[in-house]
Ligand binder design. Structure first.
Ligand code: BGC
Length: 773
């Protein structure tokens, strides 16, 4: 863990330039608006270590799979969100020397991500080899209002010379993904044009045929006055630029304002992209940078009204949660049901920008409480629409009769993952998709979703479980062999408790849902039965048989669920005994050593206890937590948040606080040494859960919100907003008690520490109660 960035409640600040930390900073300072996003690369050239990254949501390419040893059932392609045209570029030459912070002497440097208003600002002074000093400020953002656009204001002033400065704003589409399997470039050029102060490049993805026009328009001011632009147009393959030479005077600022647009054929006819992008640019340029920036601040202020979490008295914790909420909102706005949330969002290439179980297990709860109900519904519909492909995917592996196995990693429903122990065995993902349906219905009360879409998915997933288990004559029970649980530091194990638990839960929930749908709308149920040839009696009988006779690994002496058969045969060492120099294990140990060790990558049994806590008494949860937590290395970003929630439930507020810091500051402090290739976006939703479900103790029970708050000693108070069935609540937890503000016109019942309260419409209520800690 490093503490490289400055602590500030609303900003991330980097003071001074450390080139070794540049890739981490590029990730942390990333920008996005749901439609597009980018890493915090520099506008001017940079020949030092950098990961250049610009992304357009939903535009992907199926890269041919590359594996050392092909196995039947592997997918042929891995769909990747593409690294797209660079629209931020502005080459800067000072006389004959290029401005490049890897080559100049950096005299001062400050980078700041303003999360309140949604922009990135960079200030530096630098000296070239020949001793020419310049001062630069750049401000840029991806607009939340004009969501296909971004803008940059780049100001440069000579410190100690007069002479020529050349500014060359450009669009560069000649980009290759760093993770391209065969070093292939994924974009072809369609067309391009460059004029004095504007231009565009239109590209088409190979195979998938998505087209994206990336366009720019710019203006220049010198000493506060507009400069008429006489530029030298430059064109290369997939590249356009306009070179402008200016006579700079000491102390006089030159400001280049660059407007950019990224229009995709997903949203517009391909043939019109170039002209539409020119229209969009005319529109935003006529608004002007300052107006756009003011609109950006207003849009973010609106977001924060619904999403902000306020932690009083602990700036590092406050910064952490705001950073997480900020990045989540930059990644996914929920307006487009074709989009989803890649584990790295728009901050890097890792994980291909595709959809994982992270969405259902971690992100759905965040969006349920902080956005309109349709956002979580859109995330569910995304999977509903891919059901056919999930059935094909299961067929490929030998399953039949409408059994569905959702992919581990996907863009359009096709499996992309290609490591057998995950692709074929990490099947618990299917359970998370079913759980999200349950969670959505529990939270919103919208049972029509089950009738219209949910049940069809549940039956297909249950059919998979019914075929995936097998009867063990030896045990006279059903077993589930050859699986990988959430803990990927164990592969090909038998009877992973979490997987078996979620499978059986899913079978039970499917039977329940069948009852509900039949009662709600028999005609629609009959249609579904016909559509999927569902043999209710026979199939439900099988489901029930598995429910009754499933084997779960258990250690009677310790009174714990066993992560899998044979777990106790391992040498029972603990994380506290691991030298710091050997961590993270994934970077320091051989894979073989990891597999044989007791160490757990991420919550596994504990993930199950978190999902299904109502099925277990508190002592059972405690015993399992006390056993598994000391063996967990949290080398998946998805792990600390679940531990934080369980620690809070068990009343261990200090441990919960430590886990909270770890999850919320995971990227800011680069805990796992891996932020350089992108931020852990999906786990950020887990951070939100750690606050609201952990310290807030929020649960939904029988259609009612309940809270069991705790407050870490370091915090004066904690407040957050919750949207629930059309009502917006503000909850503030302090040592005086819990203040509940109902910001809606409808009254509402809630429970605090088990007591019922009626919260009037538009009211503020201080419920004096001792905190549980
Ligand atoms: C975790 C998975 C997760 C994936 C993407 C992996 O490291 O083990 O559970 O789905 O990252 O976040």
């Amino acid at each position: 863990m490093k503490q490289y960035f400055k602590v500030d409640e609303w900003k991330i600040i980097e003071e001074g330039f450390d080139p070794h930390y540049n890739k981490v900073a590029e990730s942390v300072f990333s920008l996005g608006n749901g439609r597009m996003g980018q890493r915090a690369n520099f506008e001017e050239a940079y020949s030092g270590e950098t990961l250049q990254g610009n992304y357009v949501a939903g535009v992907y390419y199926p890269d041919k799979t590359r594996v050392g040893w092909w196995k039947n059932g592997y997918p042929e392609y891995f769909a990747k969100v593409l690294n797209a045209a660079n629209w931020i570029g502005i080459d800067v030459w000072i006389g004959e020397e290029q401005l490049d912070l890897a080559k100049c002497e950096v005299l001062s440097f400050r980078r700041e991500l303003n999360m309140k208003e949604g922009y990135l600002k960079r200030n530096f002074t630098a000296k070239t080899d020949s001793g020419k000093g310049v001062e630069v400020e750049s401000i840029r953002f991806c607009s939340m209002v004009d969501d296909e656009c971004g803008a940059i204001k780049y100001t440069i002033a000579p410190l100690n010379f007069e002479g020529e400065i050349t500014l060359t704003p450009f669009i560069d589409g000649d980009i290759v993904n760093k993770d391209s399997n065969y070093d292939e470039k994924f974009w072809d050029e369609v067309s391009k044009a460059i004029d004095a102060d504007n231009g565009y490049v239109q590209l088409r993805t190979k195979k998938t045929g998505f087209e994206v026009a990336t366009a720019m328009k710019f203006s220049i001011e010198q000493d506060g006055k507009p400069v008429s632009i006489h530029s030298n147009p430059i064109q290369k393959e997939k590249y356009i630029a306009a070179e402008v030479k200016l006579q700079a005077k000491q102390g006089q600022c030159i400001t280049l304002t660059k407007y950019a647009a990224n229009l995709s054929s997903q949203n517009h006819p391909a043939a019109e992209l170039a002209s539409l992008s020119a229209d969009v640019l005319t529109l935003i340029a006529s608004k002007g940078f300052d107006t756009m920036l003011a609109e950006q601040a207003a849009a973010w202020s609106e977001k924060w009204k619904h999403n902000d979490i306020i932690i009083e008295g602990d700036a590092a914790a406050q910064q952490g949660i705001r950073f997480n909420i900020f990045q989540l909102n930059q990644t996914y706005t929920g307006e487009d049901d074709r989009l989803n949330i890649g584990p790295k969002g728009f901050t890097g290439e890792k994980y291909g920008g595709s959809t994982y179980w992270d969405t259902e297990a971690y992100c759905v709860p965040f969006y349920l409480a902080t956005a309109d109900q349709k956002v979580a519904r859109n995330l569910l519909l995304y999977r509903y629409k891919q059901l056919g492909k999930a059935i094909d995917n299961a067929k490929l592996l030998g399953f039949k009769d409408g059994a569905a196995l959702y992919p581990m990693v996907t863009m359009d429903g096709t499996e992309c993952h290609n490591e057998w122990e995950i692709t074929f065995e990490e099947i618990h993902r299917n359970g998370a998709i079913a759980f999200a349906i349950f969670n959505y219905v529990r939270y919103t009360g919208d049972e029509t979703y089950l009738t219209d879409y949910g049940l069809e998915v549940l039956i297909a997933i249950s059919r998979f479980w019914a075929q995936r288990v097998n009867w063990s004559a030896e045990r006279q029970q059903y077993v589930m062999l050859g699986v990988t649980g959430p803990n990927e530091y164990e592969n090909n194990v038998n009877n992973n408790w979490y997987t078996s638990t979620i499978a059986v839960w899913c079978l039970k929930y499917t039977i329940q849902a069948i009852g509900k749908v039949k009662e709600a709308n028999q005609a629609k149920y009959n249609d579904l039965v016909a559509k999927i040839t569902f043999k209710e009696e026979q199939e439900c009988e099988k489901f029930a048989d598995i429910i009754g006779k499933m084997y779960f690994a258990h250690d009677d002496k310790l009174g714990i669920f066993l992560q899998q058969d044979g777990y106790m045969d391992k040498e029972q060492t603990l994380v506290k005994d691991l030298p710091a120099t050997e961590r993270p294990l994934v970077q320091k140990w051989s894979w073989d050593r990891i597999l044989r060790s007791v160490f757990i990558k991420q919550a596994d049994v504990l993930q199950g206890l978190y999902f299904f806590e109502d099925n277990y008494d508190i002592d059972t949860i405690r015993r399992n937590y006390d056993f598994y937590e000391p063996r967990t290395v949290h080398e998946s970003s998805l792990s600390p948040c679940v531990h934080a929630i369980l620690a809070a439930k068990l009343g261990d507020v200090e441990r919960a606080y430590q886990f909270y810091l770890r999850t919320s500051r995971l990227d800011i402090d680069d805990y796992n040494n891996d932020t350089d290739d992108g931020c852990h976006i999906t786990s950020m939703a887990g951070t939100w859960m750690a606050v609201v479900e952990g310290f807030g103790g929020m649960r939904v029970k029988d259609g009612t919100l309940s809270f069991n708050p705790l407050l870490p000693a370091e915090w004066g108070a904690l407040s957050f907003q919750i949207g629930f069935r059309g009502i917006l609540l503000n909850i503030r937890i302090s040592r005086e008690g819990v203040t509940v503000k109902n910001l809606s016109d409808t009254e509402m019942n809630i429970k605090i520490y088990g007591t019922d309260y009626l919260i009037d419409a538009n009211s503020e209520n201080l419920i004096k109660s001792k905190l549980a800690n």
